[in-house]
Design a protein around this ligand. Structure first.
Ligand code: GAL
Length: 337
């Protein structure tokens, strides 16, 4: 009897220890590499990735986020991904520095059998002559555990153009029958920059308006650069400039400063458009110092990216592409917010 009691006690203790052990939460390691921490929009995006992962934690499941700054340097980012692999992360969320390096990184990650969620910078498909084509990327399509989460930049460009079309004078302030604009572009390798540049103007010409491009420069998404380029263009073309299109709000914030410094007034003698709907841009629109922007939904995109990463962690099937809509943000929209 004593022996039986001793065995019973031992069994209960072992079960107790086991149940304590099984109460330990499962911690998933998530490697996130952002192309550049200093980018205004990607800062909102990456903070929301971390915040949203936190909300999904339970007593049983935790997420350890390893957030790395690609410093706009492809070699640096390749090293980071290599480190993620060595550290044995369970999933990777990747905002590429260069989409032209997509294959190299996708192959590295797929070979290491780690699921991958690409965000914000869509890898491009090319035809035999090296021209980009509007097709899904094979490196994504051919892999069941690789996907892209983003927004269709054509939509954001079209919305920028539409806000000019919607003005009473359709952007033709001096009444000479054409809309004279300058374009301040983001990183030219980025499809967002290419499509916003193309589709903002296409929207005007599709609506039957004549356009004149006075200047088209690369500001690489950067506020200081946006200010400098806009100031130079204002000095050179003066009153001829009716519309300033910026591929993002970062550069539009810089352009807004240049416009004020030049003594011009948005809504009266010039129009200014951006993309992203940064809080600072919303404030400018409210105050009448910017004509409009387009919401690049960092909440929707970051949540979609995290949700699909969690699906991958749970071994669930995923789609290869996830799209989040842009939203037009003009003064009426801001006033109704
Ligand atoms: C764009 C965004 C830009 C910049 C860029 C980085 O979608 O509008 O502000 O963040 O992504 O790839």
């Amino acid at each position: 009897m004593k022996k039986f009691l001793a065995i019973l006690l031992a069994t209960i203790m072992i079960l107790g220890i086991c149940s304590v052990a099984s109460a330990e939460p499962k911690t998933y390691k998530v490697g996130v590499s952002i192309y550049q921490f200093t980018d205004n929009f990607m800062t909102l995006y990456r903070n929301e990735i971390e915040a949203y992962f936190k909300t999904l934690e339970t007593d049983d499941v935790k997420y350890e986020i390893i957030m790395a700054d690609g410093k706009n340097d492809m070699a640096e980012q390749t090293n980071q991904v290599q480190n993620f692999i060595t550290q044995g992360v369970d999933v990777i969320i990747l905002n590429l520095v260069q989409t032209s390096s997509a294959d190299t990184l996708i192959d590295m990650i797929v070979d290491a059998e780690i699921p991958l969620v690409l965000i914000n910078r869509e890898p491009l498909a090319y035809d035999a002559d090296g021209n980009t084509i509007d097709e899904a990327y094979e490196g994504i399509l051919n892999n069941a555990k690789v996907c892209y989460v983003g927004a269709d930049a054509r939509q954001s460009g079209t919305f920028q153009g539409q806000m000019v079309v919607d003005l009473d004078n359709h952007g033709d302030l001096n009444g000479d029958g054409k809309i004279s604009y300058i374009m301040i572009e983001g990183d030219p390798e980025n499809i967002d920059a290419q499509y916003r540049t193309e589709f903002s103007v296409k929207c005007l010409t599709d609506a039957g308006y004549e356009v004149e491009c006075l200047d088209d420069q690369v500001g690489n998404w950067d506020q200081t650069k946006g200010q400098e380029l806009c100031a130079n263009a204002l000095a050179k073309y003066g009153d001829k400039i009716e519309v300033v299109f910026c591929n993002n709000d970062g550069m539009a914030l810089g352009a807004a400063t240049a416009i004020q410094t030049a003594g011009r007034k948005v809504g009266e003698d010039i129009y200014l458009l951006g993309v992203d709907a940064l809080p600072e841009a919303i404030d400018l629109i409210r105050d009448g110092d910017m004509t409009g922007t387009v919401l690049n939904d960092h909440i929707g995109q970051s949540h979609a990216a995290v949700d699909v990463a969690v699906k991958l962690l749970n071994g669930e099937e995923i789609q290869n592409y996830y799209w989040v809509d842009y939203v037009m943000v003009n003064k009426a929209y801001v006033e109704a917010m």
